[in-house]
Design a binder for this molecule. Structure first.
Ligand code: ASP
Ligand code: CP
Length: 308
């Protein structure tokens, strides 16, 4: 097993499949009356969050607790980061407190990689800038596999603000490793020119959503990340929704078995309408629940369960 999980590219097909299979076993625990396993008793997991999060932070906390680990939640707001303390000094402080794993979200792309040089424990990237979010890709793959029965050969359309999306990047890397075919869809301003070739051979690009829908098994809508936009990348929110938003009539163009995904949080009415988000094809709430099982599997396998 790998020591850190920093990128979707860290996972070969066997390791990724091992995580998804372990997550299935973990999901069985969630169905029990007592949702706890003793696997990580005596181990410490630190959640180090320099950027806002609802799902990822809470699900890592729930995952660590279900494995009986001690959990320390650190959020930059209200900490000595406000007094100018560096990431390295913060990391060394956490190290001194005996962190076995550090789960980090940071606005700077590459911050988790730096952290991995400084701490003895495992580092898990919970989202770094516009770079990667590998556990989101794992929970997305888990959701596709459980809904559609396989990953190899699936056609997955990843739609919207690809430029600013760490979810898109990690998904392209992981899904290609697992044999799915990804097409990036969005306005040309939000799809970097060489991204498909740079990320994974076989990844396609299309600027017209309606063309892609009839042949997609999965359509993954991305949030328009206004907080990362310094420029105007499209004429107006209305125009964006008209060309790239998923609404009822567009959803009807999908094959009958196809599912609609979104990592959350959503801009309802912009990239996705409430009708679609709340429909039976939508896996959005399921993705959140699967996130706990997948993160349990990641922590369990990185920390060696009972075997260390
Ligand atoms: N929650 C995901 C992330 O942190 C997606 C998003 O914010 O749009 O990358
Ligand atoms: N999907 C996701 O990472 O959500 P949060 O930003 O709420 O953690």
């Amino acid at each position: 097993m790998i020591r850190h999980l920093l990128s979707g590219a860290d996972l070969d097909a066997d390791t990724a499949t091992q995580i998804l299979d372990t997550a299935e076993e973990m999901a069985a625990v969630a169905g029990r009356e007592v949702k706890k396993l003793p696997a990580l008793r005596g181990r410490t997991v630190v959640n180090l969050f320099y950027e806002d999060s609802t799902r990822t932070r809470i699900s890592f906390e729930a995952a660590a607790k279900r494995l009986s680990a001690d959990v320390i939640n650190f959020s930059a707001k209200g900490s000595s980061v406000a007094k100018g303390e560096s990431l390295k000094d913060t990391a060394l402080t956490l190290q001194a407190m005996g962190a076995d794993a550090v789960v980090v979200r940071h606005p700077a792309s590459g911050a988790p990689h730096r952290l991995a040089d400084w701490v003895d424990g495992s580092v898990v990237n919970a989202g770094d800038g516009t770079h990667e979010h590998p556990t989101q890709a794992l929970l997305d793959a888990y959701t596709m596999r459980s809904r559609l029965g396989r990953l190899a050969g699936l056609s997955v359309a990843v739609v919207g603000d690809v430029l600013h999306s760490r979810v898109a990047r990690s998904n392209v890397l992981l899904l290609s490793t697992l044999g799915a075919k990804v097409t990036l869809v969005g306005p040309p301003t939000l799809i970097p020119v060489d991204i498909a070739a740079a990320l994974a051979p076989g990844t396609g690009v299309c600027y017209d959503l309606d063309t892609v829908l009839p042949s997609s098994d999965v359509v993954m809508m991305l949030r328009v990340q206004r907080e990362r936009m310094s420029d105007s990348y499209f004429p107006s929110a209305r125009e964006y929704a008209r060309r790239y938003g998923l609404d009822g009539p567009r959803m009807a163009r999908l094959p009958e078995h196809a599912i609609v995904m979104h990592p959350g949080p959503m801009n309802r009415g912009m990239e996705i309408t409430p009708e679609v988000a709340d429909s039976s094809r939508s896996t959005i709430v399921e993705q959140v629940a699967n996130g706990v099982s997948v993160r349990m599997a990641v922590l369990y396998l990185l920390l060696g369960g009972n075997n260390r």
